[in-house]
Design a protein around this ligand. Structure first.
Ligand SMILES: *Cc1c(COP(=O)(O)O)cnc(C)c1O
Length: 358
């Protein structure tokens, strides 16, 4: 076992997928596993859930190809779609479903010399202002795609919510209304909801839901934890103590000497750092678990190591296991301490961290 490793609990993944079904009992589930399944391993996750989902979604075409090459046979949606004719040919070749979010893509489809047919999701921009078509362009694209011989009929209709992770934000009902009004007379399946909408915005549910982060046992809401929704963390990040020493009052610890020892302190050095994906900017005294107990991090996070105050752990010794997040120490809490969101921590695990199944 390498010093730093991430453990993946597939039972927790299955549990969380069941929670998606509880929240959206009549919807089809397109599990969003972009960015290496939020750091959990693309093929590992797809293998684990392939019989329990209706489709998968990833951001990029190379991720979709990897899934096809691993043997996944249900629909795979590529959320960023194709950008040119060559790209489009890969969609035909690997039977990947594309999001169509621009008139430029409609042009490419109409002019395609390929004989094949593609399933697509036409994406409406209802206020996110990232990908998607607005107003009349959306209608124009739909009409053209309805006539396009390369399109499996009818096209799916989707949008993405910008503020669904804020339960009190009134942008979300506005986005849902724009989408419902515009698509009211169109045929084709609809999809609106990401995890936050599945959990908190019931009227965002449609034929398809697109859960990502909740599958991995995280709350998308800043003020709430996975427990509040009976979700279970799938990834836990571990390492171990490699050295223990005593520092005297007045000494400083680590780069920049940002932590000054107030009284003689037992200090532990843990083999994990930002080179593993542990966030460099965690707040002073962010907890880590040693032998199941919380101890505070002191000083700066360096590339390969962190230092912790072992005053409360007189029996701790080199080799003892350390948990950076997982059951008992929510990744949401570490994300808050680093002034970021759990998504960035999960998908930020680096190459040298060995990922193992529990
Ligand atoms: C990432 C993504 C999702 C999933 O979002 P979560 O917040 O992780 O549930 C759904 N739809 C689209 C278009 C996305 O990009």
């Amino acid at each position: 076992m390498r010093a730093a490793y991430a453990e993946i609990d597939l039972n927790a993944l299955h549990h969380n997928l069941m929670r998606v079904r509880n929240y959206a009992p009549s919807a089809k589930v397109m599990a969003v596993i972009k960015a290496n399944a939020y750091g959990h391993g693309l093929v590992r996750v797809s293998e684990a859930i392939k019989h329990k989902v209706d489709a998968l979604a990833v951001a990029r075409v190379d991720e979709g190809i990897r899934l096809r090459e691993s043997g996944f046979q249900k629909p795979i949606t590529i959320l960023e779609g194709f950008v040119d004719e060559d790209d489009l040919d890969r969609f035909y070749q690997y039977q990947l479903d594309s999001v169509v979010h621009s008139l430029a893509q409609v042009d490419i489809m109409e002019n395609s010399k390929n004989r094949k047919v593609l399933s697509i999701w036409l994406k409406m921009d209802t206020g996110m202002n990232r990908l998607g078509l607005k107003g009349n362009d959306f209608f124009l694209a739909w009409e053209r795609l309805k006539r396009c011989k390369h399109v499996q009929q009818p096209p799916g209709l989707m949008t993405h919510l910008a503020n669904s992770d804020d339960i009190n934000d009134d942008k979300t009902p506005g986005q849902i209304k724009i989408f419902r009004t515009a698509t009211h007379d169109m045929d084709g399946p609809c999809s609106i909801a990401n995890s936050a909408a599945i959990l908190a915005w019931e009227n965002a549910q449609a034929e398809w839901v697109r859960p990502g982060i909740m599958l991995f046992g995280c709350s998308p809401f800043s003020g709430k934890r996975a427990n509040d929704f009976d979700l279970k963390p799938v990834m836990s990040l571990h390492s171990h103590l490699i050295s223990i020493k005593t520092v005297q009052a007045g000494e400083t610890v680590g780069y920049g000497g940002t932590w000054i020892c107030q009284s003689e302190t037992r200090l532990g050095v843990v083999a994990i750092g930002y080179g593993d994906g542990y966030p460099r900017h965690v707040r002073h005294a962010t907890p880590v678990l040693i032998n199941g107990e919380r101890v505070p991090l002191v000083g700066r996070v360096s590339m390969d190591m962190i230092t912790v105050d072992l005053t409360s752990q007189p029996a701790a010794k080199p080799g003892d296991p350390v948990t950076l997040w997982g059951p008992g120490l929510a990744v949401e809490e570490i994300a808050a301490a680093a002034d970021t969101i759990p998504y960035t921590l999960l998908c930020g695990i680096t190459q040298r961290v060995q990922v193992v199944e529990r």
